[in-house]
Ligand binder design. Structure first.
Ligand code: XMP
Length: 177
């Protein structure tokens, strides 16, 4: 375990098993040939790489640079689209992949933007869903794990840009935040 991690919340095997389960659900309920997967950078990179490979459909993969956290542990509450160009999603089924649904503001903003671009249907798929009252009017369509409202790192999630490479999801030692 990394020295800055207080405890492992979800280990590698649990992640693998749940991703298999969620992928089957996505295949049964939403995925089809022509699917557009939109990955929210950078947090969803690791999760999405593992998830996409479990969805045997003809898909295109797009990435969106979104900023709401600025590397800290609290959302700024303001969702910024950092790309000059948005993906082409007109008349497509779109599956947004993100690491975590926290306030829901990011997912709400991205979903609305993709619908405004003419997407036929938009659903989301997240690794983690924080159990909390959400500011954004948005819930997870597909989720691997529900977690308590604490700051987590690893498997794509960062603190000030670090720890994304940890193969598990963990809670940081208090003194490090
Ligand atoms: P909202 O609040 O818009 O947040 O649902 C979504 C984005 O915020 C980041 N986020 C976290 N990142 N540990 C992290 O490393 C966390 O506990 C955490 N909570 C939210 C994340 O990038 C997500 O896309």
């Amino acid at each position: 375990m990394h020295r800055d991690v207080e405890r492992i919340l979800i280990n590698e095997e649990e992640i693998r098993e749940r991703l298999d389960f969620v992928a089957k659900k996505v295949m049964a309920e939403f995925a089809c040939d022509g699917l557009v997967v939109v990955i929210l950078l950078k947090g969803a990179l690791v999760f999405a790489a593992d998830m996409c490979r479990r969805l045997p459909v003809t898909m295109t993969v797009e990435c969106l640079n979104i900023s709401s956290y600025h590397g800290d542990i609290k959302t700024s509450g303001k969702v910024e689209f950092l790309d000059k160009k948005m993906p082409e999603v007109a008349d497509k089924k779109v599956l947004i992949m993100d690491d975590i649904l926290d306030t829901g503001l990011t997912m709400r903003a991205v979903t609305d933007a993709l619908l405004a671009l003419g997407a036929a249907e938009v659903r989301n798929c997240v690794l983690l869903n924080k159990r909390k009252q959400r500011a954004g009017d948005c819930e997870a369509d597909f989720k691997a794990f529900d977690i308590d409202d604490e700051f987590v790192i690893g498997y794509g999630l960062d603190y000030q840009g670090r720890y994304r490479n940890l193969p598990y999801v963990g809670v940081m030692k208090q003194g490090d935040i």
